[in-house]
Design a protein around this ligand. Structure first.
Ligand code: ADP
Ligand code: MG
Length: 323
């Protein structure tokens, strides 16, 4: 007999008691009841991963569980929120217990690392799709927003860009960079590191922030639009990993790689707008923060090369439903 919906919930998701004292009622009732501390606001985000669209069909279940939460944590990080709770809507073609065990292991690995409690969800049958909703906390009025960048601010990004875009090519068998770089790039695709601590540390210091899920070019564009400003981006400053640099060095036209760093998806780094004074006096972060440009009054995104020459084509990010 195949395992029932209720056994799936009991065995893989409800077995872990929520260890947060702010969970008044977790899995098992019609809805969860959660205690928001006085003086705090609730920050909510939800993201869906569809098999074949957001991850290759053969992605290990551990990585799917991990990534489904990671992409949501990245949204909380961009708001400067402290992660607290999550719920999970899972649609499965069939109740495959080995798959479920792997998926839950990946999901809880990241949830535990951030002290989050799974407090509810929904389990249905259909083509594989995973929706995770996360909730986090910020001091009232303190969330970091896309709007707020000021002319003269520095545009800064965490970590490195473009690795996941190369990782996707590796996953699709279109690129082979040798075992070590393949592993690194694939890991950057399947197990992105949401910049949760950096987001919280920069919440009060940055004027604006966004997470980079569709490529820096596209996501910085949203930040500029929200703030009614423009920016000059120095392409020679884009932070690139050693694996990405090695790939780039092997190309006939090394600049072609920059469109991946600018327009490739799935980086899950943060892009922030900070005053130069604040940037100079930042506390130590758990990830590198690189200045890549400057906010200007004139709307639009202008790219320059290392010599300050303006580049014409600004590659856009990945878009669903694009014509
Ligand atoms: P209802 O029919 O009232 O929506 P369900 O039978 O769907 O309730 O779910 C029963 C309980 O199990 C609820 O508390 C729900 O939040 C929880 N739940 C269902 N699916 C999941 C899941 N995949 N992960 C975590 N909790 C779940
Ligand atoms: Mg239900």
């Amino acid at each position: 007999m195949p395992i029932s919906e209720f056994d799936i919930i009991a065995r893989y998701f409800a077995a872990r008691p929520a260890r947060r004292p702010d969970v008044a009622l977790g899995i098992g009732d019609d809805a969860a009841v959660l205690r928001v501390p006085p003086g705090c606001e609730l920050v909510l985000a939800v993201d869906t991963l569809v098999s074949g669209v957001h991850f290759p069909e053969d992605t290990p279940p551990e990585d799917i569980g991990y990534k489904a939460l990671a992409v949501n944590l990245s949204d909380l990080a961009a708001m400067g929120a402290e992660p607290a709770w999550l719920s999970l809507a899972l649609t499965l073609p069939e109740p495959d217990e080995a798959w479920l065990a792997g998926f839950a292991a990946g999901l809880f690995e990241l949830a535990d690392a951030h002290g989050m409690a799974l407090v509810g969800g929904d389990t249905t049958r259909g083509p594989l799709s995973v929706s995770v909703q996360v909730a986090g906390l910020v001091p009232a009025g303190g969330a970091l927003r896309r709007a707020g960048a000021r002319p003269g601010d520095l545009v800064c990004v965490t970590g490195t860009l473009g690795d996941a875009a190369l990782g996707l090519q590796v996953a699709q068998g279109r690129l082979d960079r040798g075992v070590e770089d393949n592993d690194f790039l694939r890991k950057r695709l399947d197990r992105p590191t949401p910049r949760v601590a950096a987001g919280q540390a920069l919440r009060e210091r940055a004027h604006a922030g966004i997470d980079i899920s569709d490529g820096l070019g596209a996501d910085l564009g949203h930040l500029l639009e929200a703030g009614g400003v423009g920016a000059r981006l120095d392409l020679s400053r884009l932070p690139l990993s050693p694996a990405f640099e090695r790939y780039r060095a092997g190309l006939a036209d090394p600049d072609a790689a920059l469109s991946l760093a600018l327009g490739g998806g799935d980086d899950y780094e943060l892009c922030l707008s900070l005053s130069p004074e604040v940037f100079e006096a930042l506390p130590a972060l758990d990830v590198a923060l690189t200045r890549v440009g400057v906010i200007e009054e004139r709307p639009g995104l202008r790219c320059v090369d290392g010599a300050g020459r303006e580049c014409t084509a600004v590659p856009g990010g990945y878009r669903h439903f694009a014509g």
